[in-house]
Design a protein around this ligand. Sequence first.
Ligand code: GCO
Length: 388
Amino acid sequence: MAHFPDGFLWGTATAAHQVEGGNWNNDWWAWEHASNTVCEEPSGDATDHFQRYPEDLDLMAALGFGSYRFSLEWSRIEPEPGEISGAALDHYQRVIDACHERGLQACVTFHHFTTPRWAAADGGWTNPAIVDRFARFVEVTGGRLGPGIDMVCTINEPNVVGLMGYLWGLFPPGVSEDLEGYARASDHFVAAHRAAVPILRASGDFPVGLTVSMSDWAAEPGAEDQVDVWRGPHEDVFLEATGGDDFIGVQAYSRTRVGAAGVIGPEPGVEVLPMGYEYWPTAAEASVRRAAAVTGLPVYVTENGIGTDDDAQRIAYLRDSLTGVARTIEDGLDVRGFFHWSFMDNFEWAFGYRMKFGIVAVDRATQARTVKPSGQWLADVIRSGRVG
Ligand code: GCO
């Protein structure tokens, strides 16, 4: 039986473009509709969370969550360079207020994969100007929303944006094998995070951190050195950019294997999920241990979950994953919270709506929400502080 301490923060997460709907003014919408896109379908109305957030927050509160992690859509707040939408800021203020009215903390991510079209058209994250552009957005937005915010994730998984956008061609700008673009984007993400932290600290009283996509890395015999070769530029460069932050946000779903020639696929005999990676429920535990060791910071698991049509498998995954996270706490690591990805089934980027990460199902025709058995299971864990 795994236990979680009193005060452990239980949250659930979404990202603006995956749930709001109608985010036509960012690079993702353009990419979904590009002639060379690899996207299975456009995001469209998503789950209409932009309008239905009160109902969604009601459900979160009913399930016992203490925090809601969501992101601000930069292209709504700053639709053209320097042009700030007061109405968009008002919207996010209403979301924050609605969280508080229901006893939920507001955990706000300032960049979750999407960049306004105007910035993307001017080199996006490869243009050094993005650092000041992001800092200005953070300053204006933090200045307005900061007093109501309870926790901040500056940038979500910058390492995934670089990898998918410049090496694998799966995210905008849809470029493959551009090592220089990848390196420049990484540098600018690190600089943008570092620029954002003091600006945010001046705008409110909340912990600030970066969230990093991590994996449980495993080497084939004799290929141990390959772990550092691959993990270094993908994870460590970001973990090492967190000095002085209030926490590190760990996001982990699976395992990555390396052999002598580099990253290799799943091990024969291990189940492969629809996402294409292994069913590996100890990914969060392994990543928490490594993040704590490298950064020395308090840890929040800011994302963990599973994309599956089989909700019983989700419960099995979460049981093992949470048991692993509880082990890290028993071992004395300072792990302060766990945010389930995701609150509801939503737009899983290039995969579209086929992947089901939610504890709440969404009827694509009616937008009706239905809590899955995994949602009730997680509510029991939250209530009891135990994983049976
Ligand atoms: C990411 C993002 C989320 C994903 C989730 C499931 O990790 O890619 O933060 O937007 O939807 O991780 O793949």
